[in-house]
Write a protein that binds this ligand. Structure first.
Ligand code: ADE
Length: 239
């Protein structure tokens, strides 16, 4: 996968993209990152990227020209059959694990980070997707772009050592994950549940499923709306 990030602040990215799994993914050639400062595409001599809003009001608005020209330059250079152009903004579709799985199937992502008070509405016409990472307002789309990159790149084939490790994790199963424990079996009086020490794999699976359901019921009952419960499972959570 190739990922291009259009941003006025490319210096925010190298630490994140150059650390741990995101860096390893690049080394393994599962992903290529390209940071593009769209100010370089501005066609005026002061390299301006924003302007006053028509109709008045506070704040500046990102103008369309630099972003249109940056995207055109990239799409002319990079041949890709499966490409998404994603605009990060609070008005976008709420981001989910399901969306991450969908994006992980693409060949090329172009992420556009907005800044200032907003962007010219015509920039939306460039986007195949508009994504929000939550109901709060960030100073710009950069942190949201990093969230998308992190959650997508870890799903690319060969990136996580253990391929099974994202099949059973929170959200992929539709439930929150069950609790995990490692040694010691007794840490300052807090004991690991007996069943996990039993070696009985069937019992352990059952316990994990039960705990995942209980945790989801208590913390995120909204997730159970889309989860078909068996009669047995309904009993576990007292429904
Ligand atoms: N830009 C500013 N706030 C944002 C949010 N919540 N999600 C995505 N992009 C944003």
């Amino acid at each position: 996968m190739r990922i291009d990030v259009l941003t006025l602040f490319p210096e925010m990215f190298p630490n994140v993209l150059g650390t741990s799994i995101l860096e390893r993914a690049r080394e393994r050639k599962a992903v290529e990152y390209h940071l593009v400062n769209f100010r370089e595409y501005s066609d005026d001599k002061h390299r301006t990227v924003d302007d006053y809003p028509y109709g008045g009001g506070a704040g500046m608005v990102l103008k369309p020209q630099p972003i249109y020209d940056a995207v055109a330059d990239i799409t002319n250079k990079v041949a890709a059959e499966r490409r998404r152009v994603i605009l990060l903004c609070p008005q976008g579709e709420p981001y989910t694990q399901k969306k991450a799985e969908e994006l992980a199937k693409e060949e090329h992502l172009i992420l556009i980070c907005g800044h200032y008070e907003g962007f010219d509405e015509r920039i939306r016409h460039l986007a195949t997707d508009e994504i929000s990472i939550g109901d709060y307002v960030l100073t710009g789309g950069e942190l949201a772009a990093m969230v998308i990159i992190d959650s997508v790149v870890r799903l690319l084939p060969g990136v996580l050592g253990n391929e099974a490790s994202h099949v059973e994790e929170s959200f992929s199963t539709g439930l929150l994950e069950h609790p995990h424990y490692t040694r010691p079996a007794d840490f300052r009086g807090m004991k690991v549940p007996e069943v996990l020490l039993s070696g009985n794999h069937k019992k352990i699976e059952e316990w994990r499923k039960k705990e995942a359901l209980k945790r989801t019921f208590l913390r995120r009952p909204d997730l159970l709306k889309d989860y078909p419960l068996t009669d047995e499972e309904k009993k576990w959570i007292g429904e």
